[in-house]
Design a protein. Structure first.
Length: 285
């Protein structure tokens, strides 16, 4: 009898949760194309700082008002707490995009497959300047979100650098003015999780130790402590900075000889010992 009572209560709670979830999901139809799209209101929050529901999700204060836009492909939402209206795309990389949203998403998908800017423009049917503007939008938004990368649990980290150039290659530069403007060779320093292929951190610039150090500092801030395998190419600066970032400094003790004199110099050189939880490998070939 008791088990039957628990089963009834459990089914009632499950039915209530399903009913509540259906209320938060809105399906609206595009009048121009006839396509339907679902919008989960529970994932939206009020962007008004003076609202009591500011940045609070799942409070039931967000309601769907209407479909708007030139292509009728985005929804207008209303907060019952402050009676303010806002777009569902507010706070995203594709906010205030004039073209259809599927065009913006298509540009990013082609970019992920390493397609060129002109090639993407021909495939999607837009100008190359529009493609570059969308790429800058997405890059700026990803940079803002990178501050949330903390406590990442990575078992294996790959360090590498990618070569490219701006306007022209370094050997084709004609003056120092072009070099100071940023033209020439450009390197992208990457730190990637080998398992999930997630980009932990990246730095753009020249192939100098200063940028490599900046990359290491970002990795140390975002990756949680623990055992990890760090792989890199044969660039010598990696070995030095890995020991400096994750190692501990120590001074060798003076060794007394049989005659009672020290066999070392007066000031031993400062060295680094690698932590037991860090292992480093070098990729060859």
């Amino acid at each position: 009898m008791l088990l039957l009572l628990f089963a009834i209560i459990g089914n009632g709670i499950l039915a209530f949760l399903l009913w509540k979830s259906k209320k938060t999901i809105v399906v609206f139809t595009n009048p121009t194309t006839g396509q339907q799209r679902a919008l989960d209101l529970a994932k939206k929050c009020c962007p008004n700082p003076s609202c009591p529901f500011y940045r609070k999700r799942g409070k039931g204060n967000i309601h769907y008002k209407k479909t708007y836009g030139k292509h009728y492909d985005r929804g207008l939402l209303e907060c019952t707490g402050c009676k303010s209206c806002f777009s569902e795309t507010k706070g995203t990389a594709y906010a205030n995009v004039k073209k259809r949203l599927d065009v913006f998403f298509s540009v990013l998908r082609h970019l992920a497959y390493n397609d060129g800017i002109r090639d993407i423009g021909r495939k999607v049917g837009i100008h190359r300047d529009t493609v570059m503007r969308y790429v800058r939008r997405a890059g700026t938004h990803c940079t803002k979100l990178s501050v949330l990368y903390t406590g990442l649990r990575c078992v294996e980290i790959q360090l590498d650098e990618l070569w490219s150039f701006v306007k022209k290659k370094k050997k084709n530069l004609k003056s120092m003015t072009e070099y100071l403007r940023g033209f020439g060779d450009r390197w992208t320093w990457l730190a990637m999780d080998a398992v999930s292929k997630f980009i932990i951190a990246h730095v753009n610039g020249k192939r100098v130790e200063e940028l490599c150090r900046k990359l290491m500092e970002l990795v140390k801030q975002r990756v949680a402590d623990g055992k990890k395998l760090i792989t890199s190419d044969e660039l010598k600066v990696y070995a030095t900075l890995i020991l400096e970032m994750w190692g501990s400094s120590w001074h060798p003790k003076k060794q007394e000889s049989e005659e009672g004199r020290s066999s070392r110099t007066r000031c031993p050189m400062k060295r680094y010992s690698t932590a037991l939880s860090i292992r480093r490998a070098r990729m060859e070939g």
